[in-house]
Design a protein around this ligand. Structure first.
Ligand code: NAG
Ligand code: NAG
Ligand code: NAG
Ligand code: NAG
Ligand code: NAG
Ligand code: NAG
Ligand code: NAG
Ligand code: NAG
Ligand code: NAG
Ligand code: NAG
Ligand code: NAG
Ligand code: NAG
Ligand code: CU
Length: 551
């Protein structure tokens, strides 16, 4: 058949236009009974199932999630961890920040473009809810993957700590004034792929891309493939120049994509060990460490042979991820326009309850979601005082912001920024103290990621460019510490948020739970600087995402 060239070209042109597709998910969120580790409990699942389904898309696609809350007793919401949400800051998902919590029998549509390839995840960002189960993988495929052709198969390795009690119970115990050492709840177990585990069939000559994700509320995970070396190709959804690692450590919310290859001399079944790290400082030579929760998976070459050899790990010395190099070799932003210095520590509030503080202030959720305040207070939205005690920080459009995090505490904490990858210019070793502020040598080509570990009694120096107008949280990704208030709020390019609008279903959720959605932190639409009604004392009881439908 003869096709005129012009017509053929037109078809090709059309094909490239429709290349970017839409992936749709209709999800009912509900309680499901599950026993991922042999212990039965209620978990928050999707469409009457658990584990929650993956989101899979290709770069440029639009993802649509119709989320229907069928929990009869809790509110909900979803955050898409690592997705930039350009230009949809109202789809980022944290309750009280970019939306109101979704009450039972309400639904909300999330719609956004996935503009960068990689391994991401989604999770509830609503009052300590995700450790009860509402989380899943979000994989964005890359037709132009620079590592294309280097691997034959891919697998997701999602690891988590696991609790037998629900989140509300464990947070209530943690916040109690009798918990004088501010101890977080200790996990009861470790899960891999939500209890389903993972074994990978290993074939001579083949290479496997393993997309590792840590879903944990608290524990980091150590990983070793015995005796295979991992080639790390991506961190937190950003390609890096491949680097060998014998061991990796993933803090809560971090991801690594690694290649593992069968060697010519391989024969047999090889264990890989995943160990939950709940120690104060894995780099400490003096701390006595505990490794109470392990999982052993296998690279299986011969299924007829038993899977009974175990990894021998005498010492966990994971590779230092602050030295990874970005794949494109991008240089560090040369200087900064704004310095955001955050000293954090544990603290007590006015009533003697345990909190975490940033520059001596704990994050206190306000009546109006912060993005809604930014969108409805006109010229006043550049004034941090109108947002209440959410630890607000204003960045102008395209400011290069340098975030300096000083960890006063004696344990490490993973810090996550919404809406951006940041550059990790420097990450001090454990115990070096606060950022000296001068005479620093920064990485020339720093890795970019969205979650970085700040070492005990040490600091980290990060930079990002505020080209994504919106309200973006910067917080410790230990979920229990979020519930203690270890969060700051970045209001980026506020002048560009003044024309922002919100979908009707999002506003309907606010109306249904009786939350104002306009004006300053207290919902004052007449005078944004009038702080009457701001919440200045954290609540003295904790009920998480609980919601009573009778009244
Ligand atoms: C932890 O999970 C494993 C299964 O993965 C199970 O055999 C073990 O009993 C669990 N431990 C506890 C304390 O529940
Ligand atoms: C969600 O629940 C409604 C009933 O409330 C049902 O009609 C619908 O089919 C469910 N959707 C899915 C995807 O299971
Ligand atoms: C792995 O190999 C076993 C036995 O050879 C086979 O039954 C199983 O389906 C394979 N699994 C995958 C994921 O290919
Ligand atoms: C878990 O693995 C570590 C090695 O990382 C080992 O020292 C520890 O004894 C193991 N824990 C258990 C409970 O088997
Ligand atoms: C594994 O099991 C096989 C068969 O039962 C046994 O011969 C072998 O010694 C076991 N290996 C280890 C390391 O326990
Ligand atoms: C926090 O409070 C302490 C003790 O009151 C004080 O020394 C310190 O300067 C304060 N830090 C900030 C960042 O305000
Ligand atoms: C942002 O600032 C950088 C550095 O000053 C500049 O190179 C870039 O062109 C600016 N981008 C925009 C979109 O204004
Ligand atoms: C730090 O830098 C200043 C100049 O910027 C220099 O005078 C000083 O000697 C340096 N200190 C150290 C310890 O290198
Ligand atoms: C606001 O308007 C500007 C200019 O018309 C546009 O570029 C921007 O995308 C709009 N922002 C929102 C959040 O609608
Ligand atoms: C501030 O607002 C409150 C009520 O929202 C009102 O009673 C009070 O008069 C206002 N104060 C000023 C100075 O406008
Ligand atoms: C707005 O409230 C502030 C603080 O309460 C007050 O000082 C100011 O006069 C008020 N402005 C107007 C126009 O009422
Ligand atoms: C809500 O319902 C679930 C499932 O029945 C139950 O496990 C949980 O304790 C209930 N209450 C709250 C406040 O979540
Ligand atoms: Cu923390």
């Amino acid at each position: 058949m003869f096709v005129p060239v012009a017509k053929l070209l037109a078809c090709l042109f059309l094909a490239s236009l429709v290349n970017a597709g839409t992936v749709n998910y209709d999800w009912n969120v509900s309680w499901v009974w599950a026993s991922p580790d042999g212990f039965g409990r209620s978990v928050v699942g999707i469409n009457n199932g658990w584990p929650c389904p993956p989101i899979e898309a290709t770069v440029g696609d639009t993802v649509v999630v119709n989320l229907n809350n069928k929990l009869n007793n809790q509110t909900t919401g979803l955050h898409f961890h690592g997705i930039s949400q350009v230009p949809t800051p109202n789809m980022d998902g944290p309750s009280g920040v970019t939306q109101c919590a979704i009450p039972p029998n309400s639904s909300v549509k999330y719609q956004f473009t996935v503009d960068a390839p990689g391994t991401y995840w989604y999770h509830s960002h609503n009052m300590g809810q995700y450790p009860d189960g509402l989380r899943g993988s979000l994989i964005v495929k890359d037709p132009n993957d620079p590592y294309q052709g280097r691997y034959d198969e891919e697998h997701v390795l999602a690891v988590s700590d696991w609790y037998h009690n629900d989140s509300i119970t464990v947070v209530q115990d943690m916040l109690s004034p009798s918990n004088t050492r501010f101890l977080p709840p200790m996990p009861d177990n470790i899960t891999v792929n939500e209890g389903r585990g993972l074994h990978i069939n290993l074939t001579q000559g083949k290479t496997y891309r393993i997309r590792m994700i840590n879903y944990a509320a608290f524990g980091a995970v150590m990983v070793q493939f015995d005796p295979h070396t991992m080639k790390v190709i991506m961190n937190d959804g950003a390609y890096i120049k491949e680097e060998d690692a014998r061991q990796l450590r993933l803090a809560p919310a971090q991801r690594y994509d690694v290649l593992v290859s069968a060697t010519d001399s391989d024969s047999g079944n090889y264990p890989f060990l995943v160990s939950l790290d709940v120690n104060r400082d894995w780099t400490s030579a003096t701390e006595k460490k505990t490794w109470a929760h392990n999982y052993t998976g296998y690279l299986v070459m011969d299924a007829s042979q038993p899977l009974n050899t175990t990894s021998v790990v005498n010492e966990w010395k994971p590779v230092d991820d602050a030295h990874f190099k970005p794949y494109d070799g991008a240089a560090a932003y040369g200087s900064y326009d704004k310095l955001m210095k955050l000293d954090f520590n544990f603290c007590l509030d006015q009533n003697g309850y345990h909190r975490s503080c940033v520059n001596n202030l704990t994050y206190i959720g306000q009546k109006v979601p912060t993005l809604y305040s930014a969108a409805t207070t006109g010229d006043q939205n550049t004034n941090p005082a109108i947002y209440g005690q959410v630890n607000p920080f204003i960045a102008n459009y395209n400011d290069t912001v340098q975030i300096v995090v000083n960890n006063i505490d004696a344990t490490s904490h993973p810090f996550h920024l919404h809406g951006h990858h940041f550059q990790v210019l420097e990450r001090g070793a454990s115990g070096v103290g606060k950022w000296p502020g001068k005479n620093e040598t920064y990485a020339a080509n720093p890795p970019m990621r969205d979650t970085v570990v700040v070492m005990p009694k040490s600091y980290a120096v990060l930079r990002f460019r505020a080209t994504n107008p919106g309200v973006w949280l910067f917080h410790c990704h230990i979920e229990w510490h979020v519930e203690m208030g270890l969060t700051a709020t970045i209001i980026a390019a506020p002048e560009r948020l003044r024309n922002m609008t919100f979908p009707d279903d999002h506003i309907a959720a606010c109306k249904k739970i009786g939350t104002p959605y306009q004006g300053n932190a207290a919902g004052n639409t007449q005078n944004a600087t009038n702080t009457t009604g701001f919440i200045t004392v954290p609540p003295t009881s904790y009920d998480g995402a609980s919601y009573s439908t009778e009244e």
